[in-house]
Each structure stands twice: as C-alpha cells, then as structure tokens.
Write a protein that binds this ligand. Sequence first.
Ligand SMILES: Nc1nc2c(ncn2[C@@H]2O[C@H](COP(=O)(O)OP(=O)(O)OP(=O)(O)O)[C@@H](O)[C@H]2O)c(=O)[nH]1
Ligand SMILES: [Mg+2]
Length: 314
Amino acid sequence: MEAMEELSQLSESIRQAASLLADDDPSDDAAPRRPSTFLNAVVLGNVGSGKSAVLNSLIGHPVLPTGENGATRAPIVVDLQTEPGLSTKSIVLQIDSKSQQVSASALRHSLQDRLSKSVSGRGRSDEILLKLRTSTAPPLKLIDLPGLDQRAVDDSMINDYAGHNDAILLVVIPAVQAAEVASSRAIRLAKDIDPDGSRTIGILSKIDQADGDAKTIACVQALLLNKGPKNLPDIEWVALVGQSVAIASAQSGSVGSENSLETAWQAEAETLKSILTGAPHSKLGRVSLVSTIAKQIRKRMKVRLPNLLTGPSG
Ligand SMILES: Nc1nc2c(ncn2[C@@H]2O[C@H](COP(=O)(O)OP(=O)(O)OP(=O)(O)O)[C@@H](O)[C@H]2O)c(=O)[nH]1
Ligand SMILES: [Mg+2]
C-alpha cells in the first residue's frame, strides 16, 4: 500500500496548496475556481482496448461497465476517496451528504442503465459522476471515456478532460497492438496534449491475449524497457491484465475471501512475470500502475509547485 499512502499525502498537499493559493488572491473569490486536476486520471484508447477494465483494476471493484461493443458511451467520472477502515469488499456511494453501502454489480448495472439512456454521449452534459469511498482505491478522480473511435468522442470532449490541465493521461493499448503503437491514435493524441510526456503513462493491457506470440511479447518488453520505436514519446509503460479484479469479485462470495483482491493482484503479477520473462517487475501489474501514477503526480507537482514540496528554502 506504499504508493496508496504516497497518493494520500500528495492529495493532502494539493488541498493545502489550494487553500494557500486561495489566500494569496482573495480578490479572485468571485470568479469560479477550477478544481485542481493533479489527482485526475483520464483514459485514452480505442473502443474495447480495456480502458474501463484498467480503471476497475485501480478501483479494486468491477464498477465500470466493460464489454466488446462500445460499453462506455458517455464520460464517467469516479471520484474516489480512500477509507482505510472499510472492509476490502465494501463500496460506499456518496450522494450529497448521504452515504450508502452498495455492491459493485448493483453500481455497474445502474451505470449500464444510465449509459443506455444517455442521449448523445457528447461532452459534459452527459457526464455521469460517481463519488465512492473504499479501502482498495487510491484517492484519485478517474475519468472513463468512450473509445476514441466512437462518434461521440470529439476533440472538444478530449480537451475538456485532458487538455490544459494536470490530469494524468492513461493511454491504453491492447498488447496485441504493441507493434503498431507509434501509429495509434491515443498515443498521437497524448503527444499533442502533453508534448514532453510528463503526465502520460502508457498501459499495455490484455497481456494474457499475447501469451505465446513471440513477436508481440518482444515488442511489449521493448516498450517496458523504454526501447520502443524512436518516434515514440518518452513515457513510462506498465503492463496489465485488467480483468483480474472482475474475477476476484466473482469469487468473493466464497468463505475467507477478504483477501481475494490481494490474491488476485498477486496472481496478476505472477501471470505477467511468467508471460513477460524479460521485463522489469516494477512495470508489471496493478500495484506498479499505482506507483507509477504516484511518481508521475509527484514529479508534476515538483515542477508546478516546487516550494510546496521542498519548502521555500529547499
Ligand atoms: N483477456 C482479457 N480481456 C480483457 C482484459 N481487459 C479487458 N478485457 C475484455 O475486453 C473487453 C473490452 O474491455 P473494456 O474495459 O470494456 O474496454 P474499453 O476500452 O473500456 O471499451 P469501450 O468502453 O467500449 O471503449 C471486455 O470484454 C473485457 O472483459 C484483459 O486484461 N484480458
Ligand atoms: Mg469502457
């Protein structure tokens, strides 16, 4: 849980920074303040690349709808708060000042229902916001977008969530497409939005589907070692099997399953190690993704708020 703790500390620093800055400029009070985006993470990738599954893995519960044919039809914002006291199985849904325990499947079904009713799926008007407290999720605001190749997604939607701010861009590429990564739309888009790659993380999803495909595995490993194609932006890569959390949840009815999530993440890491034998372990699995996100946020805060993190003299 080290990276989770680091993220909690960073989130506290950001809260302090926000109030400091508010004090700095009281004349600005009338203007609506844009909330900080340091702890936001936005997924970018084609339909079915595994974006929602990756976010479910971060949440620790299969809350977001997944599927083969454009499952995410409108932006879903999941505002997560970490509450270490809760059982690993609990999810608390916050609506205004009321909170209510819910199951992942009930949440997922209600999201599916709302998505099927969303009119255009365009932009913020159709955005679905969910505030959740769990012990398993880092304190991030996750933004699940429809696939870039969906009609509903246009430049203005991407710009709304990912442009001109500090959000981390999670570029999700299925492992089987690792060889063509340089030409992927998500990578090109991330390069436009974040030219120096300081807030972009590449995620190679569905590694299990590349098992036994030597050429693909070689491409994946090259990316993880930052030895990918020369024209690729210089970003950190992580490899995942996004489905493990759904599997853990399906099994969690069984006796003594309190640790099933930890077990699932361990199993994910073992699977990844056995498929990607030449990859650094620090780039494999959900735990690595959380650390990479924490590292990225800290780095970005250092650039943007140097005095807050190091002290005015440091
Ligand atoms: N084998 C395998 N299947 C996966 C993995 N991750 C996701 N899937 C499956 O791939 C399909 C697409 O996953 P999603 O997470 O819905 O993909 P998405 O990018 O959110 O798709 P849209 O919301 O439709 O754009 C689903 O059927 C998932 O169950 C994985 O790591 N391994
Ligand atoms: Mg999705």
